[in-house]
Design a protein around this ligand. Structure first.
Ligand code: FO1
Length: 322
């Protein structure tokens, strides 16, 4: 069985390639829930939904999140209340776009959680309803919430203020500088999938943001220890190519949080838990520096611009782990 540590879009694209290489039922994805948020009283799990929708071929291909062929009737109907809600009210947040079909997922998840179901149970029901055979496991059934601290006074607030991940990523389009990241609840949350981390033939760290998508998983008790114990069969794919992230703020966050925004910076983050780092051909000249961090380095085209390229990357990843 292959275990994949997954964030959002990059991980979803990699998994779409992996299911072409190994049977879906042989794959377990442990997915970040630090991005999860409650809006309109609805429990929203963006990374779980992005992975589910992508594997169901139902994702919106342009946005990379939410469902394709969406309508936005409910969201536009909310706009009328923005003018009347009291100052400071969090109701009718129109900055986080929820499509009409996507809302159904949040209705179901919220109602099932309120009935006492665990997030893992609900995730299994939702992925089954979308015909997804990959075993999707939230990193924990307990709430873990990612907060970022503002580095400067800015539109999002004063220097030193904490905002939620989604306020950072969506409301402020990750355009504000960050001085630190915190995973509230991680120290007491119990990690799911530890048995999988111990028993999987190979563990893949998907090309997700190491600091806000993979780090929440690693912050849970027992995860880093489990990975370190089997680091020779753990392989990571760098989400940074030629110093930049293909999508999202990974490169800026690396710099803002004191790391080098390069494959060497990624190697330094992953070396304790991972034996092999896969980097893009654009970074081939840095392979020896990655190896100097004590990791094997594999150079391949890691840009998953087509399903075929995702498949090739998945195949190379599995071969490099053996
Ligand atoms: N990302 C955005 O940039 N803008 C949005 O309005 C937005 C809405 C949204 C709704 C549901 C969902 O599952 C994801 C959504 N995302 C949106 C992506 C979300 O911010 C993810 O957390 C990021 O993709 C990072 O993983």
């Amino acid at each position: 069985m292959i275990c994949v540590l997954a964030g959002g879009v990059g991980a979803a694209r990699f998994l779409r390639g992996l299911v072409q290489v190994v049977p879906a039922h042989d794959i377990t994805a442990i997915v970040n829930t630090g991005d999860d948020t409650v809006l309109h009283g609805l429990s929203i799990s963006p990374d779980l939904d992005t992975v589910t929708y992508t594997l169901a071929n139902a994702i919106d291909p342009v946005r990379g999140w939410g469902l394709e062929n969406e309508s936005w009737t409910a969201m536009s109907a909310l706009a009328r209340f923005v003018d009347v809600r009291p100052h400071g009210s969090a109701s009718a947040p129109t900055w986080f776009n929820l499509g009409d079909k996507d809302l159904a997922t949040h209705f179901y998840r919220t109602a099932r959680l309120r009935e006492g179901a665990t997030l893992a149970q609900v995730t299994s029901e939702i992925s089954q309803s979308f015909g997804v055979d990959v075993h999707l496991v939230p990193m924990s059934n307990d709430r873990v919430s990612t907060f970022v601290t503002l580095a400067n006074d800015c539109a999002a607030g004063q220097q030193g203020t904490e905002i939620t991940f989604q306020e950072y990523f969506v409301k402020h389009q990750h355009s504000v500088a960050v001085s630190s990241v915190r995973f509230d609840g991680a120290s007491t949350a119990s990690a799911l999938g530890l048995d999988t981390l111990n028993s999987a033939q190979t563990v893949v760290i998907a090309p997700s943001n190491p600091l806000v998508s993979i780090a929440p998983l690693r912050a849970l008790q027992g995860v880093d220890a489990a990975l370190t114990k089997r680091r020779e069969s753990v392989v990571a794919i760098s989400p940074i190519i030629a110093g930049a992230a293909l999508k999202g703020p990974a490169d800026r966050l690396m710099t803002e949080l004191g790391h080098e925004s390069s494959v060497v910076g990624i190697a330094k983050l992953y070396a304790p838990i991972c034996g092999t780092l896969i980097i893009d051909t654009a970074d081939a000249h840095l392979a020896s520096k990655v190896e100097a961090e004590g990791m094997r380095c594999v150079v391949v085209d890691t840009v998953m611009s087509t399903p075929e390229k995702s498949q090739h990357l998945a195949r190379t990843t599995l071969e490099s782990a053996r």
